[in-house]
Design a binder for this molecule. Structure first.
Ligand SMILES: *Cc1c(COP(=O)(O)O)cnc(C)c1O
Length: 248
C-alpha cells in the first residue's frame, strides 16, 4: 500500500510545497477581498503513508483528506497522537458507512439519503459528524453527487438527522468544465439553500491542486489539495472520485 520511496516527499520538499500553496492561497484570497485565514487547506493524503502525513503535520498541516476507507482507518489509528482533523472525501459505498462514521470528523461526499441515515445511526459519542452534500454541479453523468435540483430535498432529510451537523456543499468538477463558472454556480446554490439550512451553513468545499485559486475567487472555504502538497501520487490513475469507485 505504501508508495515507493522515491514518491515519499522529504520534509524539506513538504515544507517548500506547503509554503508555496499557502502563499498562493493568500494571494488568491487578497485578490478576492477575502482573509487568507478564512480558507482551510485540506491536505489530501490518499495513497501516502502515515509517516508522510506525520511530516506534513510537522510542517503545519492540521486537516487531512482521505478517499479509501481501509487505508484511512489504518492511518488515523497510527496518528492518534496528533491533533489532526480527518475529512472523508471519497465516494461512499453503503456497506462502508460504519468505519467512516466511527473514525472521521467530516464527510464531504454525502449525496443520498440512505448514506446520511446510516452515518447518523452509526455515529456514536457526543460529537456530531460534520457533513457537506456533494453536488454534481456540472451534471456529469460519470460523477457522483446529488443533482442541483434535488439538493434542497436531500438537505431537508439530512438536517433532521440527530448525529450529523450539516455545514455546506462540496463539488468535483467535470474536467472539461470552465472552473470559474462551475464554482460560481455551486456558490449560488449554496446561497439559495441557506434559508433551509439549520445551524452553521458555512462550508464550500471546492478546488483542487489545478484550480484552487479559481475556487477561492468563487468563494471556497475549504480547498482539497493533494498533488501540490505531497507531489505526484504513485497510483497516478487515482483521481477524484469516480476513478476511486472503479477501483473498489
Ligand atoms: C484526490 C482528490 C483531491 C486532490 O486532488 P489533487 O489534484 O491531487 O489536488 C481533491 N478532492 C477529491 C475529492 C479527491 O479525490
Amino acid at each position: 500500500m505504501s508508495a515507493p520511496a522515491s514518491m515519499n516527499p522529504t520534509a524539506d520538499a513538504l515544507n517548500a510545497n506547503l509554503r508555496a500553496v499557502e502563499s498562493t492561497i493568500a494571494e488568491a484570497a487578497r485578490a478576492a477581498g477575502r482573509a487568507p485565514a478564512d480558507i482551510t487547506l485540506i491536505a489530501v493524503s490518499k495513497t501516502h503513508p502515515a509517516e508522510t502525513v506525520r511530516a506534513a503535520y510537522a510542517a503545519g498541516c492540521r486537516h487531512f483528506g482521505e478517499n479509501y476507507v481501509d487505508e484511512a482507518v489504518q492511518k488515523i489509528g497510527a496518528l492518534r497522537d496528533l491533533h489532526a482533523t480527518w475529512h472523508y472525501i471519497g465516494s461512499i459505498q453503503t456497506n462502508k458507512t460504519r468505519p467512516i462514521a466511527e473514525h472521521f470528523d467530516w464527510v464531504h461526499t454525502v449525496d443520498r439519503a440512505r448514506v446520511a441515515e446510516r452515518l447518523s445511526a452509526q455515529r456514536s459519542g457526543d460529537r456530531a459528524l460534520d457533513i457537506c452534500l456533494q453536488v454534481n454541479i456540472d451534471r456529469d453523468p460519470r460523477k457522483s453527487g446529488v443533482d442541483p435540483d434535488a439538493a434542497a430535498t436531500l438537505l431537508t432529510t439530512v438536517r433532521a438527522l440527530p448525529n450529523l451537523r450539516l455545514r455546506g456543499l462540496m463539488a468535483i468538477l467535470d474536467p472539461t468544465a470552465e472552473p470559474l463558472a462551475s464554482y460560481r454556480r455551486l456558490r449560488d446554490l449554496f446561497e439559495h439553500l441557506r434559508p433551509l439550512a439549520p445551524g452553521p451553513w458555512d462550508t464550500l468545499s471546492m478546488g483542487m491542486s489545478d484550480d484552487f485559486p479559481v475556487a477561492i475567487a468563487a468563494g471556497a472555504t475549504h480547498i482539497r489539495v493533494g498533488t501540490a502538497v505531497f507531489g505526484a501520487r504513485s497510483r497516478a490513475a487515482i483521481g477524484p472520485n469516480e476513478a476511486a469507485r472503479n477501483l473498489e
